[in-house]
Design a protein around this ligand. Structure first.
Ligand code: NAI
Length: 346
């Protein structure tokens, strides 16, 4: 068989290094493209077998039709979330595979890093001491020990975050649409979670159902001074409502690794530009908001796992009649195959 040709969109140096290493035997021909996959750029995939994409590439119905008409068989996501793919529309047109887990520790540890940075004012102290300002005024934080953390989504990342929180002596409550049996986790309703939590951390996928689950109504139910951590997907939070909650002093801290309009700005250097997103600019200007640009996954371990699993997914798809990590509309109404299929789904 000829080498499998991969059009690799939105390629960054760290992606190239890990994929070149994972492809050291030269089984694949990879074209690294800096641009994102959109309805304007899909033509760059002409002549390839697979498109490899990340969180902010746009795999809409229009792009799916275009890729399928060019003979492309597979969309290989090099991430876990797939909210940027029209999975329902893709069914029977193009296959989609993903990397279900690459390092849940990376994301859970980043969530705790953001929380500690924020509530202990490390981001302020770092800048101060670099300027030889050793004053402690305004740096007072609070203990995590004894505080209640509400975890939304108790899958791979949520469970690790829970373990980390328990290590800090925190009380953990959780909400999950599909609570795990015998997990020893105290599950509560969403309303109870909003009301009881000092800290709330999001570890669930973004779906039509939970888009803007943090909104004016849910914020009104939260404790005054609550700290929110979002390392999941930006649109779980209505950014305007968040801003209003911060301005009203209801929200004590917001730790955001994701942002609902991130695809316009994240992963790019705009330090010499005027950023047009007023909501993001206002959020970043707040002393109690920390933004990282979808960085939670970014560890050496995760990058190696992403590259190895993505290439293994592609190889499996072309060499065997299996779809271990296929994302399939048919199996579970926009959920994954859960590795139950021994054949391609169509
Ligand atoms: P997972 O699939 O192991 O767990 C997700 C959990 O959310 C499951 O227990 C599921 O039952 C629950 N869930 C599903 N719908 C829900 C709803 N409407 N409300 C509450 N819970 C719901 O996923 P994993 O690996 O723990 O990842 C969680 C999320 O983290 C991903 O969906 C992705 O959006 C995000 N992520 C972010 C990264 C980053 O770099 N910031 C990297 C990797 C994942």
């Amino acid at each position: 068989m000829d080498k499998i040709k991969i059009a690799f969109f939105d390629a960054k140096d760290y992606d190239k290094n890990s994929f070149i290493e994972a492809n050291k035997n030269g089984d694949f021909e990879i074209t690294f493209l800096e641009t994102r996959l959109t309805s304007d750029t899909y033509k760059l995939a002409e002549g390839h077998d697979v498109v490899c994409v990340f969180v902010n590439d746009d795999i809409s119905s229009e792009v799916i039709d275009s890729l399928a008409s060019m003979g492309i068989k597979l969309v290989a996501l090099r991430c876990a979330g797939y909210n940027n793919v029209d999975i329902k529309y893709a069914y029977e047109k193009i296959h989609v595979v993903r990397v279900p887990a690459y390092s849940p520790y990376a994301v859970a540890e980043h969530a705790m890093a953001l929380l500690l940075t924020s509530i202990r004012r490390i981001h302020k102290a770092y800048i101060r001491t670099r300027d030889f300002n050793f004053s402690l005024n305004g740096l007072t934080g609070f203990d995590l020990h004894g505080k209640t953390v509400g975890v939304v989504g108790t899958g791979k990342i949520g469970r690790i975050f829970i373990d980390i929180c328990r290590g800090f002596g925190m009380n953990v409550i959780a909400y999950d649409k599909f609570p795990a049996a015998d997990s020893g986790i105290e599950y509560v309703s969403l309303d109870e979670l909003w009301e009881r939590s000092d800290i709330i951390s999001f570890h669930c996928p973004l779906t039509d159902e939970n888009r803007h689950m943090v909104n004016a109504g849910s914020i009104a139910k939260m404790k005054k001074g609550v700290a929110l951590i979002n390392t999941s997907r930006g649109a779980l939070i209505d950014s305007e409502a968040l801003l209003e909650g911060i301005k009203q002093r209801k929200i004590g801290a917001a730790c955001l690794d994701v942002y609902e309009e991130e695809s316009n700005v994240f992963f790019h250097d705009y330090s010499n530009h005027i950023v047009n997103d007023d909501t993001l600019a206002r959020l970043i200007s707040m002393p109690n908001v920390i933004v990282t640009s979808h960085q939670a996954f970014l560890t050496n371990e995760a990058l190696t796992n992403i590259a190895d699993t993505t290439l293994a997914n592609i190889k499996e798809f072309f060499e065997k009649d299996t779809c271990t990590n296929e994302v399939c509309y048919k199996c579970d109404k926009v959920a994954t195959c859960k590795q139950t299929h021994d054949k391609k789904c169509f």
